[in-house]
Design a protein around this ligand. Structure first.
Ligand code: NAP
Length: 282
């Protein structure tokens, strides 16, 4: 019996249980995936510690971490993988009994990269590619890390410039530069050469489905493609705006499945049934 679960707050709309329990079922593994609501710290400290203890004692094999704990959990993790270290956030935990260490990983970045590639034409490979990310929270960090790692130039546009500057300071090292900017008309002149625009804000997510982070008066760059981390609704207002100008657009459902699949692989060492996981939440 393998026990897995998610800590975060609130968790009412999480699709993680469906994804992971479908994976267990397809692979014929007996187990369950629970949703453990842990309020923000310091209020949730005791609940958080009790989940981490269960992991250390082997009563739980793996834990996913979501808002608001992806960063606040860092001091309680013994070892961060290079990806988690670079991003400064963790979404997957397990206990390495040989090293006696609680390990923190971040599968959002490779999850984003695996899915966004389905949108990128092959002929762009090796070109000097420039991306613009809207928003500067956890999702933006993961997307920026993935793009930098694969040789893209990245601009992060936030409504609070300090937040974009923080990403730039944290990620803009040997991997390349992150240009911080204000989400305003000032970014328009630079857009011409931009190939990928990523929405990493929650704008457009149910029930806010009529809104977009992209003002209606702005034109998209002609050769760009558009990725929305939001997946509910399946076709967001941001995606519709891009499609109306003839651009290809993709929602974040594939990223959600991929980050879950990669976490599942870390915990079980089994090949996750991605297709069946996708069907379980589509
Ligand atoms: P987050 O850490 O809270 O960051 C959200 C960012 O969006 C912040 O920079 C925030 O700025 C900005 N923002 C919020 N409302 C805005 C508005 N009206 N106009 C401009 N900027 C705004 O959240 P997150 O974890 O990055 O998640 C962002 C979205 O991506 C959510 O919808 C989430 O569900 C989705 N997501 C999807 C996946 C996936 O697997 N597909 C993975 C991660 C996230 P302020 O701080 O100023 O509010």
């Amino acid at each position: 019996m393998i026990r897995l679960g998610l800590i975060g707050f609130p968790l009412g709309h999480s699709l993680s249980r469906r994804l992971h329990e479908r994976a267990l079922e397809v692979l014929g593994m007996e187990g369950r995936y629970d949703l453990w609501e842990v309020p923000p710290l310091p209020e949730g400290r005791e609940a958080l510690f009790s989940r981490l203890e269960a992991l250390r004692e082997g009563r739980v094999a793996g834990i996913n971490v979501t808002i608001p704990h992806k960063e606040s959990i860092l001091p309680y993790v013994d070892h961060l993988t290079p990806t988690a270290q670079a991003i400064g956030a963790v979404n997957t935990l397990w206990f390495d009994s040989q090293a006696a260490q609680l390990v923190g990983e971040n599968t959002d970045s490779p999850g984003f990269w695996a899915d966004v590639q389905k949108l990128l034409p092959e002929e762009w490979e090796g070109e000097n590619r420039q991306a613009l990310i809207l928003g500067a929270g956890g999702g933006a960090r993961a997307a920026a890390h993935a793009l930098l790692t694969h040789g893209w130039l990245v601009s992060v546009a936030a409504r609070r410039i300090s937040q974009a500057e923080e990403i730039s300071r944290h990620l803009g090292d040997s991997r390349g530069e992150v240009k911080p900017c204000l989400l305003s008309e000032d970014i328009l002149p630079e857009l011409e050469t931009c190939r990928l625009i990523v929405n990493a804000t929650p704008v457009g997510m149910v029930p806010d489905i009529k809104n977009s982070p992209w003002p209606h008066s702005w034109e998209f760059p002609k050769e760009a493609v558009v990725y929305d981390l939001v997946y509910n609704p399946a076709r967001t207002c941001f995606m519709q705006q891009a499609e109306a100008q003839g651009l290809k657009a993709r929602n974040g459902l594939g990223m959600l499945v991929e980050q879950a699949a990669l976490a599942f692989q870390c915990w079980t060492d089994r090949e996750p049934p991605r297709g069946e996981m996708f069907k379980a939440i589509r």
